[in-house]
Design a binder for this molecule. Sequence first.
Ligand code: TMP
Length: 210
Amino acid sequence: MTLKRGRFITLEGGEGVGKSTNLQFVTDWLDSRGVAYLQTREPGGTPLAEELRELLLSNREEAVDPTAELLMVFAARAQHLARVIEPALARGEWVICDRFTDATYAYQGGGRQLDRALIAQLEQTVQGSLRPDRVLLLDLDPRTGLQRAASTGAADRFESEQLAFFQRVRAAYLERAESAPERYAVIDAARPLEQVQQRLGDELEKLFDD
Ligand code: TMP
């Protein structure tokens, strides 16, 4: 008998949408159902990829070229996929990833305004046919998100961007969701937490029953 591959679920959204709290809800839910899973994040998830994360997020004097940023994101992703994500899925574990390639379309494509076709090309090269089974997208007006995020410590290189950048990020996420509605759950993160989590629970239930 061949082992059933695990499910690959990603959690996405702009700044201040409540990703951490809701990630905890997702892993608690999986624990309660006895699902074997691996929780990880991007950029990061392996020692090398975490080093690349540090390089990507740290504030620096030198202006970072958007294409250099894009290639670093995909370098980290290639390592993460080969060393962590693919082996876990092959073992039959679910993988819960805090951000993945939709964040690249949103931040580098939307935010930095890089060519989507270039991102798609790198996606194909690095991932082959691998895509998340379900993207849980927490959607929120960035004006609200930035207010929420402002209270959580010093801003990194992305968090230091202006409102217009985050408006493009949000629009790019929503565009992705509209282009493949069967893979995305767009969740209104402005609603009370219980309602957000009710929706997350419903989504997980569907994946579990499949
Ligand atoms: P976070 O994990 O705390 O949300 O921070 C990760 C930051 O990295 C966030 O600002 C979004 C950014 N990012 C990209 O710009 N491109 C990507 O592909 C990923 C995964 C993250």
